[in-house]
Structures are given as C-alpha cells and as structure tokens.
Design a protein around this ligand. Sequence first.
Ligand code: ARG
Length: 458
Amino acid sequence: MPRFDGPPDPLFTRINASLGFDRRLWREDVEGSRAHARTLARAEVISAEELEQLEVGLGQVAGELERGELDFEAGDEDIHMAIERRLTELVGPVGGKLHTGRSRNDQVATDLALFVRGRAERARGLIRALMGRLLALAEAHADWRMPGYTHLQRAQPVYLGHHLLAYFWMLERDEIRFAAAAGSTMAMPLGSGALAGLNWDLDRQATAEELGFARPSPNSIDAVSNRDFALDYLYAATVCATHLSRLGAEIVIWSSEEFGFCEPADEFASGSSIMPQKKNPDAAELLRAKAPRVLGSLSSLAGVLHALPLAYAKDLQEDKEALFDAVDTIELSLEAAERLLGGLRFDRQRLAAAAGDEMVAATDVADLLVRRGMPFREAHGVVGGLVREALERGIALSELDREDLGRHSELLDDSYYEVLSGDAWLDSKRSAGGTGAAPLAAQLATAREVLAALDEIQ
Ligand code: ARG
C-alpha cells in the first residue's frame, strides 16, 4: 500500500480482518463479480476477450473454493480481496480490471443482500414443512380432548388438534415476515461505488435483472449504508424462534411425568448418565432456549446501525457474525422442531382424564345460568360459590345435590349435572375460530387451503 510507510501492526490486522467469517459469502461474491464483469463488457469498459478471461478465471476460483482448495493468504483481509487476489494470480493483470466501477462497499452490500434473500427463502421452505407437520398432527388428533390452560391452570377443555393449530397460524405469520425480508433485499446496491456513484454509465438495470434484483438502488449513499434487509430477516427470525420456544416449552411441560401428555421419540431424547429411569426432552428444551440468542443477533445489528453516520463505516463489517449465527440457529431449530413433532406420541387417556376434570366445566355452568336470564357477572359469582363449597367439602361439583344447588341459585336444576357430565362442554364452543368440532373442521379446511397456496408459490 503506497500510502503507508510500513506493514500493519498484527493486532490491527486481526481486528480488521473479516475473512474468518465472510468467506461464507464466496458464492454470492463470485455471482456478483460475474454479473459485474458482464456489465463492464457491455459498456465496453473491458473487451470481450477480457470478459472471457475473467469469466474463466472466476469459474476456476469458484471451483477451488467449492473443493476447499483455495489457500487463503495472510494479506487476504476479506473474501472480496481473497477472490480478486486469486483471480489475478490465475489470469494475470486483467484480474485487476474486475474492480473497475466497483467498491467493496457496494460489493459487500450486494453480496449480503443476495445471501439474505437466499436464506429468507430457505427459512420459508422450512416453515412450510413445519406447518405441514403441524397440520397432519392436528388432523390426526382433531377429536382428542385435553384441558386448555390460562396461567398454566386448567381453564376449559379443548381439542388437541385445535391447540396444535395455534402454532400453525403463528408459523403462517412467520412465513409472511420472511417473505417480507426477502422482498426488502430487492434494490441492488452494486453500481453505487464507494458512496457517490461511478464515473461509468453502467447499465445497472441489466445487472439487477441478471442477479435477480427488482431494480437498482435509487440512492448510492443509502445503498452502501443500508442493512435494513438483514434487520428484517433478524426480526422475522426472532419472532419465529420465539414461537418455537413456546412450542418447546409446552413439549417440555407436557412430557413431564406430572403431565404425561406426550413423549418424544427415543431418537429425539436423551437419557441421564446416572438416573436410568430418565428420558429428557433436550431438543424441546433447546428450542426453548434458542430464542434469546436470535434476539441477541437482532439487537447486535440494531446496535451497530444505531446513530452510525452515512455512508459506509467499518462498523458495518460487524453485521455478519450475528446474522450468520441467527441464520444457522433458526434453520436448525425449524428442522429440529419438525422432526421432534414427527416423533412425538400423545397419550389419549392422560389427556382425556385431565380434560375430564369437572372444574374445567365451570364456565359452562355459568353459561347455563346466563341462558336462563342471569347476568354473566352474577352467574360467575354463583359458580364461584359452588366451586368454593365443593373444594371446602372435598367433593366434586357433581356431588353437590339439588338442595345444595338450591342454596346457590333457584335457576339450577338437573341440567347442571348434564353440563358437568362431559362431552357437551367441548362442542358447545361453536363460534368461528373456537375449539368445537364444527369450527375446528372449518379451521382444518382453511389451514389445508393456506398451506396448498403457499406450496404453490414455492
Ligand atoms: N470486509 C468489509 C465489510 O465486511 C468489506 C468492505 C470494506 N470496505 C472498506 N471501505 N474498507 O464491510
């Protein structure tokens, strides 16, 4: 470097280098470089023959990278410089022409946009697979009764299929968020130069089309400083990981001996080194614990961008490790969740026994009084009194006799015992979106349509 007197301090080299992690962008870098070389040739900045040499050389470099044969050198600060250095070794000085009309600032922004787009599309595919798994499970358990919870206290009975579909709709929203993240990568930074544009009038529209962008970025300063698409991806990943953490947490609780609602497959659980009776739901626990890590990546990048003056600053190099970690974490979590669910076995008896707890019909007893003209608030109080008396006397609600009932309200008669006797509770939930058999069948049909439509876009 002619501007400098001596070599850089080794510590400076260490803190400055990004090759250790940005080598992961090599495919996008080669793809962007190929498109840029063709753009240069179309503008007659390089000759057809030079383009040919560059294309052959880039192909060779890509081959070496693919096979893990490219030896990086101490001076290779980042993947962009490593590829150009190796290209020049292979094709001679013409390699140095590739960087005409390009800066690493628009180059790295372009590489990263391509990367984020590819990974957002991949996440969408994994989400669709998980939605398919949830839908199949919900169909298979559509009429299995279980207690629904609020505050983790038994609240009202629901069908297991209805509970599982709750996650289906959470994931549908995740799919939409990842699609939006892919959409926000659509303005191509390449052609913005370091920050101010180029001395060449390159056909940016053609380059954009070649690389799958919708359009060239309209402002060169914004283009080299923009990492919103990575933030969008990280936000989508954070919400998705949060959903998976709730699923993981429920599986952990449900597979405890206290609940005994489900059991993970042997291949998806671990034993204890000293307690032979144990089967631990590790994958579910890890799904539960990954979410804050992804959120950490989102807050890291938001922190990097916070108050950062335009346009490019080296701070932006710190975008990558957080992003890569989140990509790996969410992809692994989605795949693991799908496999975990695939092997999960539910215990119909345990679920039904828990759902048969009469206390969960308390709301329905209140509704009985409401149908007889009592205001809901008052009915709530009457049933509260019944529950209290049963608890104090250590008996079930159905063990209160007609005389006991009469002391609480003259509107209570034998239909009280019918409401408590079971099956009626669940299917009385007939509002759209509720758990009753009829709305649940409609919900399953809608879910099937939604998934089919998503698979069609794919
Ligand atoms: N490794 C750098 C990054 O990831 C590439 C851009 C370097 N640009 C520069 N002006 N030093 O951000």
